[in-house]
Ligand binder design. Structure first.
Ligand code: ZN
Length: 243
């Protein structure tokens, strides 16, 4: 059965910044859709902040196995009610959640993981992404290291201790960053990955593409799990009736 992925994109920079538009003329989300769907087991739907219901009405969110989230300049516009619906779907229904790039400061990431998401920030430069956990499914097919042109994100990164540190990035100005980390919250799995500044070509990099395809499979709810039912939208699931 195909994994149903929704890519949520703020979709503002690509309309207002010529450099972002040149790299991602149909939006970052359309670029990501294209390479995710090279995997026949992944089916992608697109959503944007300025769509009705901020792109995620119940019929879309409740039909999503994995939610990918890219936001940057308009985190504050995302409604708290939507954030709560997303958090519930991760915790109670096992929806996978993948905040990417500045999704570290998004309301859903903060609410789901429990963090400010604050970090050290700097100019675009060369970064080397180190594969810290080669045996992890998210790192399958990824070499020991690869380089990117990216916006610098550095430590300290105020996140709870990750379940696994899959990738760490070294930047040419000397900064280090825990840029690929996993969490489990409720029934849901989360993977944060830092590449994807709107004026950097990271989503055209084959290793970044492979990591995101791998991660979709890893965060997707397990269809064989009897507690975790991706199709269930009930708040009355037996496992939650105890409290
Ligand atoms: Zn950025």
């Amino acid at each position: 059965m195909a994994i149903k992925v929704t890519i949520w994109n703020e979709f503002r920079h690509e309309k207002s910044d010529p450099a972002a538009h040149a790299l991602y003329p149909d939006g970052l989300h359309a670029c990501i859709k294209k390479f995710l769907e090279e995997d026949p087991e992944i089916r992608v739907r697109l959503a944007a902040l300025d769509d009705p219901d901020q792109g995620l009405p119940d019929e879309v969110l409740n039909d999503t196995d994995v939610l990918i989230w890219w936001g940057h300049m308009a985190h504050g516009e995302v409604s708290d009610a939507l954030v709560e619906r997303i958090r519930n779907r991760v915790y109670r229904n096992g929806m996978g959640f993948m905040p990417i790039h500045s999704g570290h400061h998004s309301k859903p990431f903060r609410a789901i993981v429990g963090t400010t998401g604050d970090l050290t920030w700097g100019r675009e430069q060369t970064g080397i992404v180190w594969n810290m956990c080669p045996s992890h499914p998210i790192a399958k097919g990824i070499p020991a290291q690869f380089s990117l042109q990216e916006e610098m994100y550095g430590e300290p990164f105020f996140i709870p201790k990750p379940d696994d540190l899959i990738f760490a990035t070294w930047f040419e100005d000397g900064n280090l960053f825990r840029g690929g980390v996993t969490y489990t919250r409720g029934l849901g799995k989360i993977f944060y990955f830092h590449p994807g500044h709107e004026t950097c070509p990271s989503y055209h990099n084959p290793y970044v593409q492979q990591i995101l395809r791998n991660a979709v499979h890893w965060v997707a709810p397990d269809a064989s799990c009897e507690i975790c039912d991706p199709g269930c939208v009930s708040q009355d699931h037996p496992v939650f009736q105890k409290n």
